[in-house]
Design a protein around this ligand. Structure first.
Ligand code: ATP
Ligand code: MG
Length: 396
C-alpha cells in the first residue's frame, strides 16, 4: 500500500548554512543505497524534506533494510500518496489507510495536518477537524488525545497529499562524505570493523589497510578481511582496501629485536605504513580498534609508544569499551560471525610468551636502531607492492 517514504534526519537539521551540503550528501547516499533495489524510484529534496517515491512494484522490506544502512537517517516514514485531492476522497483514503495499518481500533489518536500548498481549500485546522471526524465516524472505538496520542496521523498537503503515521528508526549519525576521510587499520578481529563502522557513522569516509604475512597467514585470512570490509561498506559506501605484505618486515624485526618487544615494534611499523598510505590518499586521520587494557599492546603505556610514530590524529572509538559492548555492535552490523572465524592474524603468529606491558619509548627506539640497515628499504617495498581492491556491498 505504501508508495513513498519521508526521510527524517535529526542532527543534520541543525547545521545552519551548511545544511544543504548535508542534505545533498544524504540524498546521494540514499540513491546509492537504493541502487540495487529493482524498481522505478526517485529520491528528491523539496523544501527541506527528503522523499523516496516508487512507481509500481517494489520490495518493501528490501527498501527499509537498505535505508537503515544510510547514516544521517533518523527515521523512515512509509507514506501513502493520494493523487485525487478532493476532500471527500482524502477522508476515504485516510480511513482506508487507518484500517489497513491498525487492525485494532481501540486506540487514542490525533491528526496532524500540514498544508504547504496554500491553494488547497482547507487549512490545517480544518483538515485536523474534518479528517479526525471522518476517522471517528468510521471507527467509533477510536478516541482523540491531542496531548499524548498512541497514533499520530500526519496529513501533508503538497502538490499531492501524503499520509503517514509510523516512524521506523534509521541508523542515526551523519551522512558519509560530510566529514573527510580516514584510514582504518582493518584486521580480521572483532574490534576494527566496529571501529570503522563507528567513525563512518559520524560522516567520515573510510579506506582501509590490512597487513598480512603470507605464508604465515593464509589466503583465507585475507578473504576474511575482504568480507569484513564488505559488511562495513554496507554502511560506509565503497572502501579502498590496501593489502600490505608485512612478512619481511615482521621477520626482520623478529631477527633483530627482543622478542618481548616484537608486538609493540610491529605495531609502530603498522601505524607508520598506514599513515604513509593515508597521507598519499588524502585521509585526515587513522582509525584503530584499540581499547585500553584489552591486550599487552593496548595498555596505556603501549598505546603511548605506538601513538608516538603518528603525526595524523588516531581515532580509537572503542578506547573505553568493554569487549562485551563491542561484540554487541559487531553482531548488530553482522561482522561478528565472520570475525570469529579461526584464521591466524599476522599479529598472533610471532607473539612472545611475555610481551612487555610497560614499554619504555627510549628503550624501544634504541632497539629499533638494530633495524637501520634494511628497514627503510623493506617499508618502501611493502608500500610499492601493495595490492589495492575496491570493496563494495554491490558485488555481494
Ligand atoms: P581486532 O579485533 O580489531 O583485530 P585486537 O583486539 O585483535 O583487535 P590487536 O591485534 O592488538 O587487537 O590490534 C589492535 C588494532 O590494530 C586493531 O583493532 C586494528 O585496528 C589494528 N590491527 C591489528 N592487526 C592488524 C592487521 N593485521 N592489519 C591491519 N590492522 C591491524
Ligand atoms: Mg587482531
Amino acid at each position: 500500500m505504501f508508495s513513498s517514504f519521508l526521510i527524517k534526519y535529526a542532527e543534520i537539521g541543525v547545521k545552519g548554512k551548511n545544511r544543504y551540503i548535508f542534505e545533498d550528501m544524504l540524498v546521494r547516499q540514499i540513491k546509492y543505497a537504493l541502487k540495487s533495489v529493482d524498481a522505478h524510484k526517485a529520491v528528491t529534496k523539496t523544501s527541506g524534506r527528503i522523499f523516496v517515491d516508487f512507481e509500481g512494484d517494489f520490495d518493501y522490506d528490501e527498501v527499509i533494510e537498505s535505508l537503515q544502512h544510510v547514516f544521517g537517517i533518523s527515521g523512515i516514514c512509509p507514506m501513502v500518496r493520494i493523487e485525487d485531492m478532493e476532500p471527500e476522497n482524502l477522508y476515504k483514503e485516510v480511513v482506508k489507510y487507518f484500517d489497513n495499518v491498525y487492525p485494532d481500533k481501540n486506540k487514542t489518536f490525533k491528526v496532524n495536518a500540514r498544508r504547504s500548498n496554500k491553494t488547497y481549500p482547507l487549512d490545517s485546522m480544518e483538515l485536523n477537524a474534518t479528517v479526525g471526524g471522518a476517522l471517528l465516524d468510521a471507527f467509533p472505538e477510536l478516541k482523540v488525545d491531542v496531548h499524548n496520542p498512541e497514533i499520530t496521523v500526519t496529513v501533508e498537503v503538497r502538490e499531492k497529499i501524503f499520509i503517514y503515521s509510523e516512524i521506523i528508526p534509521g541508523p542515526g549519525g551523519l551522512p558519509v562524505g560530510t566529514n573527510g576521510k580516514a584510514m582504518l587499520l582493518l584486521s580480521g578481529g572483532i574490534d576494527s570493523p566496529v571501529a570503522g563502522y563507528m567513525i563512518a557513522k559520524r560522516g567520515v569516509k573510510i579506506d582501509a589497510t590490512y597487513f598480512h604475512a603470507p605464508p604465515y597467514t593464509s589466503e583465507r585470512a585475507k578473504q576474511k578481511v575482504v568480507d569484513l570490509a564488505r559488511y562495513v561498506s554496507r554502511y560506509s559506501g565503497p572502501i579502498y582496501l590496501h593489502i600490505i605484505n608485512f612478512t619481511d618486515i615482521q621477520l626482520y624485526i623478529y631477527e633483530k629485536c627482543p622478542h618481548e618487544e616484537l608486538t609493540i615494534i610491529m605495531r609502530r611499523f603498522m601505524m607508520k605504513i598506514a599513515e604513509e598510505i593515508a597521507k598519499e590518499t588524502e585521509c585526515q586521520a587513522l582509525i584503530t580498534g584499540e581499547s585500553i587494557g584489552q591486550v599487552a599492546s593496548q595498555t596505556t603505556h603501549s598505546l603511548a609508544v605506538t601513538n608516538e610514530v603518528c603525526t595524523l590524529p588516531v581515532f580509537r572509538p572503542l578506547i573505553g569499551f568493554d569487549k562485551e559492548d563491542i561484540v554487541t555492535i559487531s553482531k548488530k552490523i553482522d561482522t561478528y560471525e565472520t570475525s570469529i572465524q579461526p584464521y591466524e592474524d599476522c599479529c598472533t603468529i610471532f607473539v612472545a610468551k611475555h610481551p612487555v606491558t610497560k614499554p619504555n619509548l627510549s628503550v624501544i627506539k634504541k632497539h629499533e636502531l638494530n633495524l637501520n640497515e634494511k628497514i627503510d628499504e623493506l617499508v618502501k617495498i611493502a608500500l610499492e607492492t601493495r595490492e589495492t581492491i575496491i570493496v563494495s556491498a554491490d558485488e555481494e
